[in-house]
Design a protein around this ligand. Sequence first.
Ligand code: WTA
Length: 648
Amino acid sequence: MSKDTRTIEALLKENRTFPPPPAFAAAANARDAGLYKEGEDMEKFWAREAARLHWFRPWDRVLEWEYPLAWWFNGGTLNVSYNCLDRHLETWRRNKAALIWEGEPGDSVVLTYRDLYREVNKFAACLRSLGVKRNDRVTIYLPMIPELPIAMLACTRIGAVHNVVFGGFSAAALRDRINDIGAKVLITADGGFRKGKIVALKENADTALAETPTIEKVIVTKRTGQRINMQPGRDLWWHELMAAAPLYTPPEHMEAEDPLFILHTSGTTGKPKGVVHTTAGYLVGVTTTSRYIFDLKDEDVYWCTADIGWITGHSYVVYGPLANGATVLMYEGSPDYPQPDRYWQIIEKYGVTVFYTAPTAIRSFMRAGPAYPARHDLSSLRLLGTVGEPINPEAWMWYYNYIGHRRCPIVDTWWQTETGMILITPLPGLTPLKPGSACRPFPGVEAAVVDDRGEPVPPGKGGYLVIKKPWPAMMRTIFNDPERYVNQYWNRIPGYYFTGDGARVDEDGYFWLLGRVDDVINVSGHRIGTMEVESALVDHPDVAEAAVISREHEIKGQAIVAFVTVKDGVEATPRLAQELKEHVVQKIGALARPEAIFFTAELPKTRSGKIMRRLLRDIAEGRALGDTSTLADPATVARLKAAYAEEA
Ligand code: WTA
């Protein structure tokens, strides 16, 4: 039996429950949200939450819904940076820490709300002075340094649409994203620190910029200080621009449905999708979920370890917590640098109270052992969270015991780049927890598990996870591809939003996520499309065909495995395999590096010519082979199995 199957079986048998600690429950923010009863008018609920924000003009309608298009809070105008900053300056929070930042080398910076406000205002003025206007696109390619949230908030202040590209993406990936959205300005850094080394961001940017005709100006912030090229007339230093910038930039009054940002994510084709989020609904969604799910109080030091280059960082490092006036901790580097206790050291140093991380990180901490957290005082912690992939009950229990010391509730939060906000989660203080279950839909969210015709499946049976009603932070479209948006998300199971995830619901109405049901791989909580890796491989001159699948991995959850056929006359050597891995890194980034490459004379295909990935997965995970009767050449499988066994 494979480990994957064992995990699912363990999930099926999991029946421990953990009731909320009474002291936590007594003070939980979620008691407010808990007032929402199923079947109640969800528009009322969202309107009540939206009223906590600052509106220049109130909305006319909470929701307009013309399947599958939604408009939230139409008629209202607001500004995201105003809600995250200006609003708090009118209160005692003006001198509260907004951002506590720690660099990987151990340097640190604290910005109060007033400080952050000033930096954002100045940088907004810099962008304006370069001709950036409402609705212009700005690409941000930065490490996890304060300039990253500053740049994002400055864009929102003037109505520019940001597109953050994760610093681990390659020059080619950066280029493609810039060209997809036609960005006018790029904001980057000389470099960033990662595992004690320098990531050469500006150098990557220079390579990308050779093929990005829309970029007019590049703003470069100095982080590492290594030598870089500055192209006169195009490249400008952040600190020089800021030195001359005025202290105040008036916030644009944005329409509720004006685009706020575009973030690319992997799907089932070779080309990542530019997911578009808009202003009001997104802000209402992330502010509300942050408040109830992370139970944010003014005394909290809140730390979400996600890189801001991913949606988790957008929603739950930057916008949600800052809109709530929280103190946000941000860390630049790697969890195991210089030692596997870096996170625990940071929690102790700053007295972190709410901690949100990914199951893959927890599994690697488990492997390092409980001695690392035991060295540190973690008693400040009161609430833990996870996101990015299903958490196995074993990792959940370890987190609960060794990090939370059996005191802290754990919120296992299910959501996606497309959903913008958490949709399925426990409410801490209200929901009894079951290890491995994301528990129940957030108030106002209607989720269900259905078969491929959209019929509900009975409790305990697996099916597709769908969302039945619109929610405020839902994506509005795919940039420049509205048809793909409708087809991909709303036409798969007509009537519902199709998540691409499998799930089951138990007798208590708890949701258990079972992983992706499409060609998306989840490596260490990062989404990678099999087709993206395949196109990177066939882009190499020696490769004829490639099929990419995932194989279970103890720490990463899933690992990438590629089956490759080479062109006539090419010799399939271990050196070529190495070269192909590097080629993928260059095309996409290190996160997409295949763990293994298997050369084969042919790939198993159906009679209609489709590659049978399920078979490849079975081979890679050593499972008994399923039905091969549709295979064009059944002997292929036997040959593949033999080849795989030899190399594995
Ligand atoms: C997976 C990350 C199980 C899921 C916020 C989803 C999860 C994909 C969970 C989205 C969870 C995320 N339990 N699976 N708590 N959270 N996923 O767009 O497969 O990077 O579809 O957004 O991650 O990944 P994305």
